[in-house]
Write a protein that binds this ligand. Structure first.
Ligand SMILES: Nc1ncnc2c1ncn2[C@@H]1O[C@H](COP(=O)(O)OP(=O)(O)O)[C@@H](O)[C@H]1O
Ligand SMILES: O=C(O)c1ccc[n+]([C@@H]2O[C@H](COP(=O)([O-])O)[C@@H](O)[C@H]2O)c1
Length: 200
């Protein structure tokens, strides 16, 4: 059995969840683990001197729980998928009928700078959009808790720049994607590359 982990990282509202879901629909035997599902409870996330909750840092996430979910998938992808109500089909590649291929898409804004997770990822994509696009898209999204006034400029964007710098110094083989491109174009590009990796 072949197991392949694809990482979809990038800026907030770059289109990570959208791309990951579309990929999952196209790639047989694939499933998604989203970092957004592992935020710690608001009550334990500290605030800075401006009163902004420090959500855009790794310590605001239950990375241990996220890793456990990934390890569950690695141990037995088929059981992981069926237990999440996802269909399993055989085989993925007609040219390698004897081999099952399972694909895990890990998506999130802080995946490549968490070394234990990054080391498991085979293909790394980073969705990039300019400041204005990210801010505009985020303004119509409601998080839990919702962003307080000034949060984007006071916390989200400065932390993004810091985290991105860290990621770029740690990881050399990220493929940058322009998140303002058409959704279909983005999914087709990544799909082709992942299928090429499956065939390899
Ligand atoms: N390629 C795209 N072009 C235009 N809008 C997009 C694109 N991808 C995603 N969006 C929109 O941007 C917003 C954030 O997308 P989402 O996938 O939730 O981003 P992320 O998971 O990176 O925060 C959503 O409203 C979504 O419909
Ligand atoms: O989902 C949550 O529980 C949650 C709670 C508070 C904040 N967030 C925000 O989620 C953002 C990362 O998710 P995303 O999908 O925008 O990349 C990050 O910028 C956080 O500020 C998310």
């Amino acid at each position: 059995m072949k197991k392949l982990i694809v990482g979809i990282g990038g800026v907030t509202n770059g289109g990570k969840t959208t791309l990951s879901r579309s990929l999952q629909e196209r790639l047989p035997n694939s499933c998604v683990i989203s970092q957004d599902n592992f935020f710690k409870d608001n009550s334990v996330v500290p605030v800075d001197h401006n009163g902004f909750k420090q959500y855009d840092v790794l310590s605001a996430l239950h990375m241990d729980r996220m890793m456990s979910a990934i390890e569950d998938w690695l141990r037995d992808p088929q059981t992981f998928m069926t237990s999440h109500g996802l269909p399993v089909t055989h085989p993925v590649s007609p040219r390698k009928q004897d081999k099952d291929v399972f694909i895990l898409i890990v998506e999130g804004f802080l995946i490549f700078n968490y070394a234990p997770l990054n080391s498991l990822i085979r293909k790394r994509y980073f969705l990039d959009v300019p400041y204005e696009v990210s801010k505009e898209r985020r303004s119509s999204r409601v998080y839990s808790p919702p962003d307080p006034p000034g949060y984007f400029d006071g916390h989200v964007w400065p932390m993004y720049l810091k985290n991105r710098e860290e990621m770029e110094s740690m990881v050399k083989d990220m493929v940058f994607l322009d998140g303002t491109l058409d959704k279909e174009e983005l999914v087709s590009t990544v799909y082709e590359e992942v299928m090429a990796e499956v065939e390899r």
